[in-house]
Design a protein around this ligand. Structure first.
Ligand SMILES: [Zn+2]
Length: 313
């Protein structure tokens, strides 16, 4: 009897440890054979259960390629259900755009369903996750979702990608772009079939102030300008927020262009980062309704100030 209860215990515990399913979200077709599940633009929280990014999937003649399968195992399972509403073809590859766990902890669900699926990411991504960054993200998502992400485990990428790489899967090409540190030091941007669509990861965020504190603001602006110039994408899929074209791109990146320029001007007037905050807020007035504007603006101004100070010496 004792032995039997012991044997049954792990199953019971595992079942209890799995957080609840994430409800199905709409699947948006953004181009031929390219689909995006536009998640909420809020931070990970109890209501969104840790799902708040933009997972994408591409139908190739060989099978399905998933980009950023979400921030929890439950999000990855929801993405797989979404794929099944479009096609019965197997998943043949996963791309993770950068190391922030809200984009890739869903790897686990894809690997569970397709044990041999290759998962592609920047070499720094693979190194940072191997060094333990993923475990921190598992905890961040547990705390933020009030433990609804429980059961989520780290599944690292296993195929390194470098800028200039072209991955061809069936009839579809995936061109990899990176111009140095931008949102993070782990970013890849992925252009599908030339200029058909561009997945930017968090190098572009629409409707929310993205956290640049692990990256470089000037690098972010230059990276975005270079990739648009190189790809001329018809559709741009940001890491968070609605997809769009060049107007959406310019509106979103203008936030950082205006911020960097204003901080630079006020720096020349010998203003401290703290003193300049009200003037920067005024210059960015049209973005006041962006998610996390109040939370992150002060830190982002300080970061721009330090970057400008560093190049001024
Ligand atoms: Zn990010």
């Amino acid at each position: 009897m004792l032995l039997l209860s012991f044997l049954f215990l792990p199953t019971a515990v595992n079942a209890a440890e799995e957080g609840p399913e994430i409800p199905d979200y709409p699947v948006d077709r953004v181009a031929d054979n390219i689909y995006v599940i536009h998640g909420p633009v809020t931070r990970p929280n109890e209501k969104n259960q840790g799902f708040m990014n933009n997972p994408g999937f591409v139908l190739t003649s060989k099978g399905v390629v998933i980009i950023d399968p979400g921030g929890t195992v439950q999000a990855g399972e929801m993405v797989l259900r979404a794929v099944r509403t479009i096609t019965d073809k197997p998943v043949i590859a996963v791309f993770d755009t950068h190391v922030h766990g809200d984009h890739w902890l869903g790897n686990q669900a894809i690997r569970n369903a397709y044990p041999d699926v290759p998962i592609y990411a920047h070499p720094n991504f693979i190194a940072e996750v191997a060094a333990g960054v993923g475990d921190k993200w598992v905890q961040i998502m547990l705390d933020a979702s009030k433990k609804q992400s429980r059961g989520t485990k780290v599944v690292n990428a296993d195929h390194a990608l470098n800028p200039g790489d072209k991955i061809i899967l069936g009839d579809t090409s995936f061109d990899i772009y990176n111009y140095g540190v931008a949102h993070t030091d782990t970013d890849i941007m992925i252009a599908i079939n030339g200029n058909t669509a561009l997945f930017t990861g968090d190098n572009l965020i629409n409707g929310r102030l993205g956290n640049t504190l692990e990256g470089n603001i000037k690098g972010l602006i230059e990276t975005d300008e270079k990739v648009i110039e190189a790809v001329h994408p018809k559709v741009i899929i940001p890491g968070h927020g609605s997809s769009g074209g060049l107007a959406m791109f310019n509106y979103s990146i203008d936030f950082f262009r205006i911020l960097y320029k204003t901080v630079g001007q006020l720096y020349q007037e010998d203003m401290s980062d703290y003193e300049m905050k009200p003037k920067v807020i005024k210059a960015l007035a049209k973005y006041r309704n962006w998610e996390d504007f109040d939370l992150l603006l002060g830190k982002t101004i300080s970061q721009a100030y330090l970057e400008i100070e560093a190049v001024s010496f």
